[in-house]
Design a protein around this ligand. Structure first.
Ligand code: NDP
Length: 341
């Protein structure tokens, strides 16, 4: 058993990381932004004792020294998984809303570990395809861990997408710079997923507060997208349970030290998602776009993105779930939320 600090415990991906950590016998302390959010995590795990699952409040990771107290624990932490970072495309002030929490949060937790948690030997940071993707590359370019988004600091205010991609790129770069310059007593691994889909198991006040990557599925099953299928955008995806397992394996396996992991199951399109929902949930058919309304969700074969996910398979031993399983389980989880399960 390893004692692990997990940041952003209330999030979509973190909820799965937390369950995977518990399933694999680890002891977890999750950071959350409020007492209430922490209590909800404990309530969702009624049979797990405090010695295996607890929380600590870190209100705002953008603040200096936000993690100063959170990294100290008895028994002490051996690993840290840092998922907390804002993920949305509605920022009007990218510097304050996205870059400050992403950058200060990443740099802050690494400094706090080095200063106050010498028992930590491994750190895993959730980065993103956003830190690898280059808008100037041709569609069939094959992405791998060797790629970096070349975005410049003065481009982050161009639009909210650039703001988010900049936040992930600069935060991940800062993490690797820290390792190089500070030479701490821990290793780093980053997980770089594209769009993450799958069952929502974190608490949501309502479907309005669903995480960004599952918005398209919510909009499809509620009829919001009936007149026009959402555009697919960058067409690589991965299931949240595979992403969660990758984070945990990256913390467990010595071979994962000081590596980036590009986590993707391959290409998808929103039109394919509509097809899966229509097949598996006939009662939702009248909510879904059809005919001409489906066209915006298409990704023509020539626009599918090249990818090399071999490192995640070889080093972590990861296998990837198919799109059908991910979409079906996502829809079931959202139907459960709509029913108030
Ligand atoms: P969520 O929005 O569900 O989770 C984000 C988490 O970060 C939440 O727990 C949130 O807390 C916390 N957070 C955000 N800003 C702050 C802040 N200023 N102070 C403290 N906590 C903060 O999104 P995901 O689970 O999807 O994202 C988790 C990570 O995965 C992020 O780093 C994201 O960039 C990355 N990622 C996600 C992808 C996806 O498709 N989902 C793809 C690639 C990377 P609260 O809920 O209380 O606001």
């Amino acid at each position: 058993m390893t004692r692990i600090l997990l940041t952003g415990g209330s999030g979509f991906i973190a909820a799965h990381v937390l369950d995977t950590l518990l399933e694999r016998g680890h002891s977890v302390v999750a950071t959350v932004r409020s007492q209430e959010k922490g209590q909800r995590i404990l309530d969702a795990h009624p049979t797990v004792g405090k010695e295996r699952l607890d929380f600590v409040v870190v209100e705002d990771i953008a603040q200096p020294n936000a993690f100063e107290k959170a990294v100290i624990s008895d028994p002490p932490f051996e690993a840290v998984i840092h998922t907390a970072s804002p993920f949305h495309f509605r920022a009007v002030d990218a510097q304050n809303e996205l870059l400050a929490p992403a950058l200060n949060g990443t740099k802050g937790i690494l400094h706090a570990i080095k200063k106050s948690a010498p028992s930590v030997k491994r750190v895993v940071v959730t980065s993103s395809l956003a830190a690898m993707f280059d808008v100037a590359k041709p569609g069939d370019y094959v992405y791998s861990e060797a790629d970096w988004n070349p975005i410049k600091e003065d481009e982050v205010d161009k639009n909210p997408t650039f703001g988010y991609r900049g936040s992930k790129t600069f935060a991940e770069k800062a993490a690797w710079d820290f390792i190089e310059k500070e030479k701490p007593g821990f290793t780093l691994a980053t997980c770089n997923p594209p769009l993450v889909l799958g069952p929502v198991i974190n608490h949501l006040a309502s479907l309005d507060s669903i995480n960004t990557s599952n918005e398209r599925i919510r909009d499809l099953i509620t009829g919001k997208a009936k007149e026009s299928c959402p555009r697919t955008g960058t067409s690589l995806w991965v299931d949240v349970r595979d992403v969660a397992l990758a984070h945990v394996l990256a913390a467990e396996k010595p071979e994962a030290a000081n590596k980036r992991f590009f986590l993707t199951a391959g290409n998808y399109s929103n039109t394919e998602i509509v097809g899966i929902i229509s097949d598996q949930f006939p009662n939702l058919k009248d909510k879904l776009p059809s005919g001409e309304a489906l066209v915006p969700g298409d990704v023509p074969p020539e626009s599918r993105i090249g990818f090399d996910n071999s490192r995640s398979k070889e080093v972590l031993g990861l296998t990837y779930r198919p799109l059908r399983e991910s979409v079906v389980d996502a829809v079931k989880s959202l139907q459960g939320l709509l029913r108030g399960d």
